[in-house]
Design a protein around this ligand. Structure first.
Ligand SMILES: [Ca+2]
Length: 340
């Protein structure tokens, strides 16, 4: 009897969670800088309700009758009410490992395209585009694939475009429109965006700001605590303070600027709330010309509206210590705080 009720409970729970028969959301393999930056680019991963995974779609659907490659492509919805549709997917340059400095300096262009196919109907069109957004999700630019006369055969779109200097994120789009009746196409399959290095990087000398989305000093966190933060450095061999040539969020120290072109230590900082703690991170510690002395680095932090657990509002937070080249590159440290 007990067994049956447990079984029933599991069954009901399964139904409530909608887990019965539903496909689990697939994982996508790691995307390297040289890979196609789009996930599920050939639309072969499809949910039970004909939605291609990883894509945002409006009035579009997977189609299993016509495919340039594999089993599925995507096309306009075949009813008479909907006259336009859109398929899109975006990615963030920083998350894919690109430096915003490189984007700003026009080091990369994009190569985008894929296969598309029309129908014999004259009044329906489909076109590919890439739109760019800045780090506040504000639109900063768009490139549209050159108009091609669609036929009922697959044609390949393959085009290069510049990336706007303030772009943070790129979005691939495929739009379909028609005047009346139902869609017969247009179809799209096997799409791509590649990041192509089209310009040489100027050799880096000394400290250079590395722009990314760090929480700025002076930010008020969700618990109402205001945090001021700056870089802290200490030469533990001779007991002297290290003054940073460049401040938080990308502290950088170069004892002989321009000597061999690279700083002794440079990293990217950030901080965030985690329960009743404030956590600090120091990422990508870079020490190509490492100091001969033992170098300590971290932050000087001042809180407004809270204290550290010792009752004080100011504290030095050491994050790392190294001599010669640092082997570890990412550091995190959390501190309990007491709200006033
Ligand atoms: Ca396909």
């Amino acid at each position: 009897m007990k067994k049956i009720s447990v079984l029933l409970f599991v069954l009901v729970l399964g139904l409530l969670l909608g887990g019965c028969g539903a496909k689990p959301y697939p994982k996508w393999k790691h995307i390297r800088k040289t890979d196609n930056q789009l996930k599920n680019p050939n639309f072969e991963l499809v949910s039970d309700d004909t939605v291609p995974y990883f894509w945002a779609i409006k009035n579009m659907r997977s189609c299993s009758k016509e495919a340039e490659d594999g089993k599925f492509s995507v096309r306009g919805y075949s009813d008479t009410q909907r006259n336009s549709g859109k398929l899109s997917q975006n990615f963030d340059f920083v998350r894919r490992g690109f430096l915003l400095n490189d984007i700003q300096n026009g080091i990369y262009s994009i190569r985008f395209g894929g296969y598309q196919k029309g129908s014999l109907k004259a009044d329906e069109t489909g076109h590919m585009s890439v739109t760019f957004y800045d780090k506040n999700d504000k639109f900063v630019g768009k490139v549209v694939a050159k108009e091609q006369r669609l036929t009922n055969k697959w044609i390949k779109i393959d085009q290069m475009a510049k990336i706007p200097s303030n772009a943070y994120c790129a979005q691939f789009n495929f739009y379909v429109t028609k005047k009346n009746g139902s869609f017969e196409g247009p179809y799209v399959d096997n799409v791509f965006i590649y990041m192509v290095q089209t310009k040489k990087r100027k050799s880096v000398r000394g400290c250079h700001p590395y722009l990314y989305n760090a929480t700025p000093s002076g930010t008020v966190l969700a618990n109402g605590v205001k945090v001021y933060i700056k870089g802290w450095g200490y030469d533990a061999t001779d007991g002297s303070r290290v003054e940073w040539d460049q401040e938080y969020p990308s502290p950088c120290f170069d004892d002989v600027p321009g000597r061999r072109g690279s700083p002794n230590a440079a990293w990217q900082g950030d901080f965030f709330l985690k329960g009743d703690e404030i956590c600090f991170s120091a990422n990508n510690l870079f020490s190509q010309y490492p100091p001969a002395h033992t170098l300590r680095g971290g932050y000087e932090v001042e809180l407004v509206g809270a204290t550290f657990s010792n009752g004080k509002t100011k504290k030095v937070i050491p994050m790392f210590s190294f001599r010669k080249r640092s082997k570890q590159h990412d550091f995190q440290h959390c501190e309990k705080i007491i709200l006033k």
